[in-house]
Design a protein around this ligand. Sequence first.
Ligand code: FHN
Length: 699
Amino acid sequence: MGSQNNFAQSTLSLPDVSSRIPGISARDQQSETIIPDPETPATDPDSRMFWWRDARFGMFIHWGLYAVPAGEWNGKTGYGEWIRTSAEIPLEVYDQFRPKFNPVRFDADSWVKMARDAGMKYIVITTKHHDGFCMFDTKQTDFNIMTTPFKRDPMKELAASCKKYGLKLCFYHSIMDWHHPDYLPRREWEKNRSTHGADFRLYVDYMKAQLKELLTNYGEIGVLWFDGEWENTWNEKYGKEIYHYVKSIQPDILVNNRVGAGRLDMEGLTKEGAFGGDFGTPEQQIPATGLPGVDWETCMTMNDHWGYNKADKNFKSTKEMIRMLADIASKGGNYLLNVGPTSEGLFPQESIDRLSAIGRWMRVNGESIYRTSASPFKQTPWGRCTRAMTSSGTILYLHVFDWPASGKLQIPGVLNTPDKAYLLSDPSGAALKIERQNDALVIFLPRQAPDSINSVIAVHLKGKLDQTDPPEFANELNIFVDSLRVSLFSERDNVQIRYDIGKSEPSQSSELYTKPILLKSTTILSARCFRDGKPVSGTITTEFKKVEPLKAFNISPVSGVAAGILYKYYEGAWDSLPDFNNLKPIAEGVVPDFVFTPRRQDDNFCFKYDGYVRIPESSVYTFSTSSDDGSRLWIDDQPIVNNDGLHGLGEKSGNIALEKGYHKICVAYFERTGSDNLLIFVKSQSHPKQVLPKEWLGH
Ligand code: FHN
């Protein structure tokens, strides 16, 4: 069924620019060849990245000694690859897993074929996770798989299988190492494990010796996927040393941003100005939008654990994962989907079943994933879009999740002449009827969706894509007090913006946008782009709502409020903000603003601040907290910001309309361990974002 791109033949040849075989089916192969999409120029002129960008889809494998306990310890079953430290298992006890680790049912060919048949083009496998156990034949330590009853090197066998079946073999290697005597810091519970004589430089040299083994003994390696870089002993200097070292051995190797020290937590992208290797690594999440000019790969588990957990049956559905793959590809990213094999060397059956189902979809629709670039559209309410450039024009791949009951799919803002459209699932390639309605292409579809998860329509357009999104409102908020100036803009040049009040689609006779629109009451605005008197985009429609501000507290100008804010200080180890009603403060008093003084310890503490904020004018205010760890903010006892939980430095915000005058403010913050930060920001309709001035605070 469908255009049978049978993976058995489709090995991943390393396409150079000229011969990059398009992500299009054999049906069209002879007629068109792909060219790099000039609209999404390579961020990296280095062609090292091309195979990786073309691949779009890979398999992550977390396999190690932790597969022996399979997530269980002392009757608890919620562990994964972190079990040694999460369950506080001493080294010598953990080492007892070694003689039990004998994955005799491991078959590299079987694993690689399952990855290939799922449509995956590369495999990233753990050569060493944080526990320090090495899954390869290393001479640097005996804490490795060769000293188990297995006595085989699975990396060697996987290298041979990947070569045989045309997948790239890539290595995950943890910087953090809970076993090596020179790695610091120790786990906080390992009180009796001396740090005496530990020399981190020697640990870095140990890492380099193992990386040399990994990049010398297993053939060409596609990616070195570092991890565990967040502890304060690692830094950018080491990261750059390792990056250049590995590239001195295999110049074409790719290295992720976790080699450095600039990763933005689980969001996975690289802080501005920090060293970020070759690509970003969002974890268990997908960026909200495409990131033009940024290479990134989302890594994700199929259930809730990276390493094998025999009790964890919470697997994502095939539908979720196919749609995630389309979502990620439509944003220009790669999808690294994880499998946690058992201690016998088998993939969990739930993983096998899902890989097989994903493979069935990929065999029909893979060309809409491979070698594609991000959607040109900001909104595709019916699903997702990927695209490819060909020598004769552009192919849009429309991933339709929600099949239109009308039988018509409207694609606004595309001015190219359509050449043809067809369903990838239709082996005959029968053309679908296309009509133009102003700026929109309307594609007529069969009544029934061919695929309930994701039906892909290929739309071939003549020439370079000429597509215009609807104009955008520059205002971040669509609520206001008193009045609001609404600004419109379009990223396209040579277009005019016209707008109407109400929900109707603007026409050539609608108001021409030349300056911000002043609103004094709740108003619906609709706007559209025009060129040479004709609409060239779809329409954006937004309601701007006038709201009543919360009344200020009636505080006498005589008594007024004293400067500063009340604080209460607590101690305890929390993973989220505690219920303060059940706590007795260790200290309390007045502080000038949200400072962590006085406190008795650097970790495991909490502050609660209460007082008034003097609002300078009636407006809609956006309050934000930027904190590590969790924080929340209330105004007049209304919850405005929820930035709670254990996390690195992160910012959340919320909005509220306030009358000029005094309003109650409450901020709560907790720190577990590591770095601690709390900043409160405020902005209004007329004032840009600023740290909440202490002069506004009172009690
Ligand atoms: O701590 C690891 C975790 O065990 C797993 O390897 C993931 C996969 O990227 N990375 C770290 C958590 O961010």
